[in-house]
Design a protein around this ligand. Structure first.
Ligand code: TGC
Ligand code: FAD
Length: 387
């Protein structure tokens, strides 16, 4: 039986019909609307905001949530959405991760009924864009060490400080901001236009160039009590629960980037003739291609396993750390090797490998660096906190 070269593990056979339908519709969108423009967006360092409305029409924003115009899909479908988008570019998966897992999820989970009604339908339609501000410039791995403060003043809160490296910051209509109150960290909805709130774009990135990344600044921003997320307990529990959703999506997403790179390397090495035979007919190249396939197959099996556990309600944060770490490492190794197999041709955006490889430098860093996830696993194994 001949296998799909990008799916030697046979993940396709394990999917349900509705999951395949979701996958097919996102795959068509990526083929028709993303791949023709994304190399240029990366080269020009610009986010393709014209793709927000089509992604919303496909139901990709807040796709796991029930009601409020959201699609209510299962975890495998969310994973497949992430995988297909990231086959296009990590920037699009990032946009959807942030909107869905880091903004709509906390409003849905920790917001008041009024906050849900006010924000979620517009966010699902892509008319309201969100961002998630946890990281500060002095140390993202240790987010509780934050300088952004929220102090009670009369019936309001007054916010001061700044956040750095925030996906969607330059586009966002609303920011979910985690700030230190006298009791500990809490989440606030900060709206564009509130006096004292401003954003700036980070330029000269060499990675995720098709994503809008920025900083958030708060200078005595007055926030009404109605904009506090009432259900978020004090501390890191609530933001970490959002990160668990997003990290799960990343574990799937990066497999799409890796598949794109393997597909490109297979095509290129079969066509390229050196020393009188296709490159792909040499043992050294076949071993490298097989290595890529092994990494992708194991990553895909792990992602599917985690998704089925998530749908059964048995997925734990440390399992998500394992998958985020493993799959980002697998994907970046595949992308770098694919880039090398393309030789000089591999260094321009005419091919996808360098773009994916550079993007994955961000993906392996954000949502917890590789070391942070290794240490989470280390803590689980030993019971000793070594952060
Ligand atoms: P830790 O002990 O791990 O947890 C503190 C408390 O929270 C609980 N908890 C959860 N509860 C519910 N759901 C979850 N998923 C939870 N995960 C953890 C946990 O049980 C504990 O509860 P309790 O009752 O025992 O207190 O917290 P810690 O302070 O030891 O954490 C350390 C560490 C290093 C793991 C954490 O700080 C961390 O993960 N650091 C990395 C920071 C990070 O990932 N930042 C990401 C910023 S957002 C981003 O990068 C977006 S990129 C988006 C894109 O473009 O795609
Ligand atoms: P640091 O925490 O300073 O880490 C530096 C190095 O030290 C890393 O190698 C790390 O692994 C290592 N290290 C840290 N602690 C230890 C330890 N105890 N032992 C050994 N080594 C250690 N954040 C948001 O809040 N929202 C967003 O939307 C968002 N989007 C992002 C988009 C991009 C493109 C990027 C690059 C980042 C984004 N981030 C966002 C921030 C991201 O989460 C942080 O970059 C990440 O958590 C790491 O923090 P840091 O960059 O400050 O590195």
């Amino acid at each position: 039986m001949a296998h799909d070269p990008l799916d030697i593990a046979g993940i396709e056979d394990e999917l349900q019909d509705e999951e395949r339908l979701v996958r097919d519709s996102v795959a068509r969108f990526v083929d028709d609307e993303v791949l023709p423009i994304i190399g240029r967006c990366f080269a020009e360092h610009s986010f393709p905001s014209e793709l927000i409305a089509p992604m919303a029409r496909l139901g990709l924003l807040g796709s796991s949530l029930e009601g409020y115009g959201c699609a209510g899909l299962n975890a495998v479908s969310y994973g497949l959405i992430c995988r297909e988008l990231e086959r296009g570019d990590s920037a699009l998966r990032s946009f959807v991760s942030v909107q869905s897992s880091l903004c709509m999820f906390p409003i849905y989970t920790y917001g008041s009924p009024e906050q849900r009604e006010r924000w979620l339908p517009g966010m699902a339609r892509g008319e309201i864009i969100g961002c998630f501000g946890l990281t500060e410039a002095h140390g993202g791995s240790d987010p509780l060490n934050m300088n952004t403060t929220a102090k009670r003043q009369g019936g309001d809160w007054v916010l001061n400080g700044s956040k750095m490296w925030i996906t969607n910051a330059p586009l966002a209509d609303v920011a979910i901001v985690w700030a230190l109150t006298d009791e500990g960290a809490r989440g606030f909805l900060v709206e564009r236009g509130m006096p004292g709130f401003s954003t700036a774009e980070i330029e000269r990135k060499m990675s995720l160039r098709a994503s809008a990344t920025g900083a958030l600044y708060f200078d005595d921003v007055r926030i009404p009590e109605a904009n506090l997320l009432p259900g978020s307990s004090v501390g890191l529990k609530a933001p970490l629960s959002c990160l668990t959703q997003a990290r799960f999506g990343i574990a799937w997403g990066v497999m799409g980037a890796a598949q794109a790179c393997l597909g490109e390397a297979l095509h290129y090495t079969k066509e390229r003739v050196l020393f009188g035979r296709p490159l792909a007919a040499t043992q050294a190249v076949q071993i490298r291609l097989a290595e890529m396939s092994r990494r992708i197959s194991l990553g895909e099996v792990l992602a599917l396993h985690m998704a089925r556990r998530k749908d059964r309600g048995t997925l734990s944060p440390v399992q998500v750390s394992l998958a985020k770490w493993n799959n980002c490492r697998a994907a970046i190794d595949v992308a770098r090797d694919a880039r090398d197999l393309l030789g000089g041709a591999g260094i321009t955006t005419d091919h996808a490998a360098i773009r994916h490889s550079l993007n994955l430098e961000s993906v392996i860093t954000y949502e917890g660096t590789e070391t942070i996830h290794q240490l989470s696993l280390g803590r689980e194994l030993t019971g000793l906190n070594a952060f």
